[in-house]
Design a protein around this ligand. Structure first.
Ligand SMILES: Cc1cc2nc3c(=O)[nH]c(=O)nc-3n(C[C@H](O)[C@H](O)[C@H](O)COP(=O)(O)O)c2cc1C
Length: 321
């Protein structure tokens, strides 16, 4: 697989990211991905106990990732957490190499992070957001389509029209996220103008992921139409169509207010679903490409399959008349 400008910018071999996943993107997962030549990204609450200390947890995750890999890795900071500023302070002190900010204003912390030599990538879901991120001097954008597992942009734009429009609108590197689970998706994203890809759901069904086996198996069992979008009154969220999602949709259809939905969601429902495997009481975020995921393999094998498969796709394209 050819290096793109994002590889040179971040010092990675392949333009493939494992996306941040709040409770489950641990140091072990990120290091396995980074050691395979792609970019692993850790999340501040990864493996944390319910009501744990997120600052302490993030420091431990960073330290463990440094023990497990000498390659670059990133840290994802959702900017909509009450304590996002405290987490940013930790990555400034720890001088991690790469910050991936999301769900907030990229102008808030980019300059501070740059002063410490930290590269900043920001997650966007529309051309407007991508332009704002570029004007805030971020080093690249991760453009995420509505196919993605977890929180989506309010415009719910699909990846195919999103990537070319973002690539035309900004001059910084664009990473495509959402609905990519194999090499065909990687080649398509590059053809659409992306400089790389980010995968989330595919990296749940890997050996190093601490996600519960029940959740992983539910992803393996999922077919093309087994994910749904809930929470449109708060933030559109793509998950498996579990009992939890069905009840939530019923509540929304009954006309529940944003506050009532917030109250229903409560705290750490994602932990309940994803780590504890309780798919009745907990959220099971999952991307629309789940139907393409059929095995639990080491994270390095996911990376290698994408790299090898990409060459085959390119060969097939150049042979076709
Ligand atoms: C379980 C789960 C949790 C996620 N949590 C976060 C998060 O905390 N921050 C973030 O920026 N993106 C988060 N995402 C989005 C991923 O980083 C990634 O962009 C997305 O999963 C890509 O789409 P895919 O799931 O179709 O591969 C999450 C996705 C999943 C599936």
């Amino acid at each position: 697989m050819k290096k793109t400008r994002i590889c040179n910018l971040l010092g990675i071999d392949y333009p493939i990211f494992q996306g941040g996943m709040l409770w489950i993107a641990t140091a072990e997962l990120a290091a396995a991905v980074s050691n395979a030549g792609a970019l692993g990204i850790i999340s501040p609450l990864a493996a944390m106990e319910r009501h744990g200390d997120s600052s302490k947890n993030l420091k431990e995750q960073i330290s463990r990732a440094r023990d497990l890999t000498e390659r670059p890795f990133g840290v994802n900071i959702p900017l909509d957490l009450q304590y996002s500023g405290v987490l940013i302070d930790i990555i400034l002190r720890e001088k991690v190499e790469i910050a991936v900010t999301a769900a907030g204003n990229p102008a808030l912390f980019t300059e501070l992070l740059h002063l410490e030599g930290i590269k900043v990538l920001h997650v966007v879901s529309s051309v407007r957001q991508a332009k704002i991120a570029e004007a805030s001097n971020v080093d690249g954008v991760i453009a995420e389509g509505v196919e993605a597992g977890g929180h989506n942009g309010i415009d719910e734009l699909p990846l195919f029209p999103l990537i070319p429009q973002v690539a035309d609108a900004v001059s910084i590197p664009v990473i495509a996220a959402g609905g990519i689970a194999d090499a065909r998706g990687v080649a398509a994203a590059i053809a659409l103008g992306a400089d790389g890809v980010q995968l989330g759901t595919r990296f749940i069904a890997v050996e190093e992921n601490i996600a519960s086996l029940k959740y992983k198996n539910a992803i393996l069992a999922a077919q093309d139409s087994d994910t749904v979008i809930t929470c449109r009154r708060l933030i559109p969220t793509r998950s498996l169509n579990t009992e939890f999602s069905k009840d939530l949709l019923k509540l929304e259809e009954s006309g529940a207010s944003a506050d009532e939905i917030r109250e229903y969601l409560g705290y750490s429902r994602a932990r309940t679903g994803q780590i504890e495997g309780d798919l009745i009481k907990g959220e099971a975020y999952c991307g629309a490409a789940a139907g393409m995921i059929n095995d639990i393999i080491p994270a390095a094998c996911v990376v290698q399959r994408l790299v090898d498969g990409y060459q085959e796709v390119i060969k097939r394209l150049s042979c076709s008349k």
